[in-house]
Design a protein around this ligand. Structure first.
Ligand SMILES: [Zn+2]
Length: 383
């Protein structure tokens, strides 16, 4: 979540930084040993090849070749993948961090709200471990079944083994985000608040459509919402291990999603009005005294007080999400085409009239519309 500080309160931006640090540490601690062990096997393969067969491009076969592939396969099979203890430890830390951050965001005192890891998180960890192990076994089988080949051929078979590290890293990031948001949701429930979805600034077109949306804890966000062409239901496993559609109770919405929720207690409209009224009285006094400069200053202060105290985070987030679509702020992993089509779709909904409003009620400046229209015509956002 890297939303600009102008929209997201500084405390939440700082909390997101802490969460990202924890997530990175989880990824490194869980996937690092797997990657290191694979690197060691690969470097053995390289050295042993040049010692026995010479140039990497030379084609080899026969007894020596078979002995070589058998030993390499054994080394790959010996790489141990057991990230569960590390992943569970980080998942627990993420949960505790989520609770603590949520209570701070809600201005509530710190409290232990329990940190029992969800069964779903444990299941995901077990499944990822099994998938990563299967990739290693597959790579070992591929290497061993080769009858002839060069070192380059061998290297190609080893690409499958590399996926093992990525699978473990993804599991680490997902578990950390899942449990962080679980903690944030527990804090919201504890303080009697609701949950507001905060998308990262360059979130995908699906996540941006949820930014600023508010639900009661225990309810679900509407997965049908997207700025893209089609929304996909979130999937998960039920108690029997069947893949089924699940409710979207909080982020992450998809792998590598870095959206988060925050407790939302509603904005302080009454407070804003009382401050504004104080300034209105001051302005009236100044006018009565004939002090035009003083009256103008008081009126300006009233407008500013009203704007800041009545700051409505959900509305601001929705507007920011639409801005992001119109600007094409995407991660490199999201295709430009998807973003161009999303901008086109949003422009159509906004309409071409002067001062027309976006779906969230924001009066879109003509300059913002024009830039987006040009990008759509060009088929590309200039970055
Ligand atoms: Zn997301």
């Amino acid at each position: 979540m890297t939303a600009p500080a102008s929209v997201v309160p500084a405390v939440i931006v700082a909390h997101d930084g802490q969460a990202l640090q924890l997530e990175d540490a989880a990824a490194a601690a869980a996937a690092g040993p797997v990657r290191d062990a694979l690197k060691a096997a690969l470097s053995w393969a390289h050295v042993a090849w040049s010692r026995r067969f010479g140039k990497p491009a030379g084609l080899r076969s026969g007894e020596d070749f078979d002995a070589y592939t058998a030993e390499l396969a054994a080394r790959i099979r010996a790489v141990s993948i057991d990230p569960a203890p590390v992943l569970l430890d980080f998942a627990r830390r993420a949960r505790i961090l989520g609770v603590s951050q949520g209570l701070i965001e809600a201005n509530a005192p710190q409290r232990n709200l329990g940190h029992e890891i969800r069964a779903e998180t444990r299941r995901q960890i077990d499944e990822s471990t099994a998938t990563a192990r299967a990739k290693l076994a597959q790579a070992a089988d591929l290497v061993e079944s080769l009858q002839r080949g060069s070192f380059k051929t061998i290297n190609r078979q080893l690409a499958v083994a590399d996926q093992a590290g990525n699978i473990v890293e993804r599991a680490a990031r997902t578990a950390a985000n899942d449990e962080l948001n679980e903690g944030l949701a527990a804090a919201a429930e504890h303080v009697g608040g609701r949950l507001v979805w905060i998308a990262e600034r360059d979130a995908c077109v699906a996540c941006l459509a949820l930014s600023g949306h508010v639900i009661e804890p225990g309810d679900a966000f509407d997965w049908r919402l997207t700025f893209g062409a089609k929304a996909y239901p979130p999937m998960g496993f039920d108690a029997e291990g069947e893949l089924v559609e699940i409710e979207l109770e909080r982020p992450p919405r998809h792998p590598y999603c870095r959206c988060r929720v925050s407790p939302w207690l509603g904005h302080d409209e009454a407070g804003a009005l009382s401050v504004t009224h104080d300034w209105a009285d001051a302005a009236a006094d100044s006018l009565a005294r004939g002090d035009l400069v003083g009256a103008a200053a008081a009126q300006k202060a009233a407008a500013e007080a009203s704007a800041s105290a009545a700051f409505d985070l959900p509305s601001a987030l929705r507007r920011e999400a639409e801005r992001s679509i119109l600007r094409g702020d995407a991660l490199p992993s999201e295709s430009e085409n998807v973003r161009i089509q999303a901008a086109d779709r949003l422009l159509n909904r906004i309409g071409s009239q002067k001062n027309s409003r976006s779906p969230s009620g924001w009066r879109v400046p003509a300059s913002v519309k024009k830039r987006a229209e040009r990008a759509v015509q060009r088929g590309a956002f200039t970055r």
